[in-house]
Each structure stands twice: as C-alpha cells, then as structure tokens.
Design a binder for this molecule. Structure first.
Ligand code: FES
Length: 154
C-alpha cells in the first residue's frame, strides 16, 4: 500500500499535468525514490490513483528502463552501450565490471551492493565510454579506472 507521503507526493505531481495519466512516469519515480523499485502491489496502487489499469501502467514502467520492476542493489550501475561508447571501449569496461562484480547485465551482486544494467546514450558522448552509478556520471572510463570508481560506493 502506498504510504501517506508517497500518495501526497504523487498528488503534488498530478497538479502539474492536465491529465492524471500523463503523470504516470513521475508517479512511478516517486514510488521508486521511496522503495528503490516498483513492486506489483505498488504499481497497482499507483494505477488506481491515476485511473489506469495495472497492465497499462506496467507497459509504461517496462518501457522506461530507469523504472525498476525488480529489487535492485544499493547502487545501480548503468553502462551506456550506444554508438560513441561502443566505439571507445564499452566492451572492455563492461567486461571488467562483470568480472569484478561477478554478475552480468540485469543481475545484482550477492551482497546486494550493485545492480548492473545497460542503458542507451546518457548524453555525455564527448566523455565516452560512460556509465552512471546512482546519480553520478563517470566518463572517459578505462577498465582500471572503473575499479577505482567502484571503491567509492559501499
Ligand atoms: Fe554513450 Fe552517448 S553514446 S553517452
């Protein structure tokens, strides 16, 4: 069930949109900020609040890969796999991340510290290859540099 705070924050978002349904991504973000992911139960509650069916809202949620429909680790690593990053070392960076963390894309480390996910262009192509951890963008990545960066996230 949505908390009072979640409900209030979603209702604040609704005030900015002419149609409740148009606020659906923002509403999902509210839930995710509080719970780190969006469970089926939360999704049903948000859908009811917005006058949508759970299936409609789930379609939106799964379209946006920054809405997490499964539990994630304490830190989410998003590795850009678009063209500029692809051309400048994405493969080596991804390989080192997978090797060090012991997970593949879509998986969470056994200690719950990191979830590793691909993402399309992060808009920082001039610093390719790029990844984002939580809200921090890291560019000009090298395999060794990635290891140093990981140490900052406990
Ligand atoms: Fe990776 Fe744009 S292609 S940030």
């Amino acid at each position: 069930m949505l908390s009072d705070i979640e409900r209030r924050e979603i209702e604040n978002e609704l005030a900015h949109y002419p149609d409740k349904r148009a606020a659906c991504v923002e509403a999902l973000k509210v839930v995710q900020q509080h719970r780190s992911w969006v469970s089926d139960e939360s999704l049903r509650d948000v859908a009811a609040l917005l006058g949508m069916t759970p299936d409609e809202l789930d379609g939106v949620a799964t379209f946006y890969n920054l809405i997490f429909r499964k539990p994630v680790g304490r830190h989410v690593i998003l590795v850009c796999n678009s063209v500029s990053c692809w051309l400048t070392g994405y493969d080596r960076v991804r390989g080192r991340l997978e090797e060090r963390l012991g997970v593949r894309f879509g998986q969470t480390t056994s200690d719950g510290r990191f979830t590793l996910l691909p993402i399309v262009c992060l808009g920082a192509c001039d610093h390719a290859p790029v990844m984002m951890i939580d809200r921090d963008t890291h560019g000009n990545l090298t395999p060794d540099g990635v290891e140093e960066i990981l140490k900052k996230y406990t």
